[in-house]
Design a protein around this ligand. Structure first.
Ligand SMILES: Nc1ncnc2c1ncn2[C@@H]1O[C@H](COP(=O)(O)OP(=O)(O)O)[C@@H](O)[C@H]1O
Ligand SMILES: [Mg+2]
Length: 330
């Protein structure tokens, strides 16, 4: 395995560490608030270890007074109001450079349906899908159910996965093998989002690719083997619920194509500094992209830090690499 740390030896940001105050913004209002607080604390501790001055800002008590004090923002938010371009918009207006992707990219990538349309346009493989729009309750959807069911059966085929369009951490996601389960799944998903994605279920090996740096560098591929078959919320955050293999054992030509399509997705969706691409290799060795994340978790069990470690990049260096990619879109 290559030692990738040498690519990041002279980070510009390291030279100014005594002169800048970094605001670590975490918490957020989404269903992933708890995860975000963990990510934020890890990042804050790491920046302090590396000799930076920080101000930890819980999103709940964010105000322009606090923001005016900081020179740069390290965003550790997941889901809506944070990973979706809204906070990025405030920081753009205040001219405070922030980590990660810009307004447009963040808003685009959190929208799973829109991202899939862009991937399709770019020739990137992503499972067949259909979009369901509802008024956030099952009653308004009732007249359309038969039609949706027909499309799912004819154009996608069971089993399918039903997902709220803009959630993370597997929240609100279910699998359906028939019409009855489809309806149940829609009922669950529309509680979280008025737009729902119904996608072909792909049986296979689940993998993920982290991408970091100003010039995007792919990290080693991680294979995820959840105990219960589905990479659920519990499997993501409770230790020993999932086995991880890094670097994943994959035939070199398939590995290369996975890296190529992950980099292409990162670029097509205009990501900056860091992203993580979730994919599945099916039983015929065909690869399918599930989604891209612009603010992947940085908790003790998170995937990007795990992949970075396998490539010789410590957690503290990873945090500095992300910080080095701070910028403004305008
Ligand atoms: N089309 C699919 N086929 C098989 N499993 C899926 C599919 N879509 C999602 N999953 C499972 O659900 C998990 C979460 O889905 P994902 O699209 O990555 O959303 P998020 O991570 O934002 O909640 C995946 O890691 C995978 O285990
Ligand atoms: Mg995912």
């Amino acid at each position: 395995m290559d030692d990738l740390s040498k690519l990041f030896r002279n980070l510009e940001v390291s030279k100014m560490k005594n002169r800048i105050l970094i605001g670590v913004i975490a918490g957020g209002l989404s269903s992933e608030r708890e995860i975000s607080l963990k990510t934020g604390k890890n990042i804050n501790d790491s920046l302090l270890r590396s000799g930076y001055n920080t101000l930890f800002i819980d999103f709940m008590d964010i105000d322009t007074g606090k923001l005016k004090k900081i020179d740069r923002a390290f965003l550790a938010l997941h889901g809506r109001y944070g990973e979706d371009g809204t906070v990025q918009g405030i920081l753009e207006l205040m001219k405070i450079p922030y980590t990660g992707s810009g307004v447009l990219s963040s808003a685009m990538v959190i929208d799973k349906i829109l991202s899939k349309r862009i991937m399709r346009y770019e020739g990137l493989p992503t499972p067949d899908f259909t979009e369901v729009r509802s008024g956030k309750n099952m009653d308004s959807l009732k007249p359309d159910l038969k039609h949706i069911s027909l499309i799912v059966r004819k154009e996608i085929g069971y089993p399918v996965v039903i997902k709220p369009n803009r959630e993370g951490s597997t929240i609100g996601i279910t699998k359906a093998c028939n019409e009855e389960e489809l309806y149940k799944g829609l009922e669950v998903a529309i509680k979280y989002d008025g737009r729902v994605l119904v996608e072909k279920f792909i049986k296979g090996r689940e993998i993920t690719v982290g991408i970091i740096g100003r010039e995007p560098v792919p990290l080693p591929i991680v294979e995820i083997i959840p105990r219960n078959g589905f990479f659920s919320y519990e499997c993501k955050y409770i230790k020993n619920m999932t086995e991880y293999i890094v670097p994943a054992v994959i035939e070199p030509d398939i590995g290369k194509s996975i890296i190529d399509m992950s980099l292409k997705s990162h670029k097509a969706l205009c990501c900056n500094g860091i992203s993580r691409v979730d994919l599945i290799i099916d039983e015929n060795n065909d690869v399918h992209i599930l989604e891209v994340n612009t603010m992947p978790g940085m908790t003790g069990t998170s995937l990007v830090p795990m992949a970075a470690r396998a490539a010789g990049i410590s957690f503290d260096l990873l945090v500095e690499i992300i910080l080095d990619c701070t910028g403004l879109e305008n």
